[in-house]
Design a protein around this ligand. Structure first.
Ligand SMILES: [Zn+2]
Length: 130
């Protein structure tokens, strides 16, 4: 019987292979996807597992306006997950999404010319509201 951590690892290894990605383990933020390269933490807890699924989600949903991409990549992470979402992991996701909706971040997007705000029924807002 394998541990939960081993099962997280097996699932991630399958997804990485399925999508032809290259995974680099790091504790340095920001965790991110760069082309086919994933820079993600080892899946020590469900939060780390979901962070990796979220970055794989970015690969699957493709190039999207920032807020759309964040909402859709989290939605994809939840779809891909083989484990029931823990309360802590749910709160982590909600916190991430709310960080993106902060006024200061919105201002940064405006400066970069990316001001595409999802409609209220988009996954970004649904997931951000927990
Ligand atoms: Zn993201």
């Amino acid at each position: 019987m394998s541990s939960v951590r081993e099962r997280y690892e097996e699932h991630i290894a399958d997804l990485v292979e399925e999508h032809g990605l290259i995974r680099y383990l790091t504790w340095e933020k920001p965790y991110q996807l760069d082309g086919r390269e994933l820079y993600v933490p080892p899946p020590v807890t469900m939060v780390h597992y979901l962070i990796t699924l979220h970055e794989i989600g970015h690969y699957i949903v493709g190039n999207r306006p920032v807020l759309y991409g964040e909402g859709e990549a989290w939605e994809k992470a939840l779809e891909l997950s083989r484990f029931p979402l823990t309360e802590y992991a749910r709160k982590y996701m909600v916190k991430c999404l709310n960080w993106y909706s902060l006024e200061s971040y919105m201002a940064l997007l405006m400066l970069k010319g990316d001001v595409d705000i999802p409609d209220i029924d988009h996954p970004f807002w649904r997931l951000a509201n927990g």
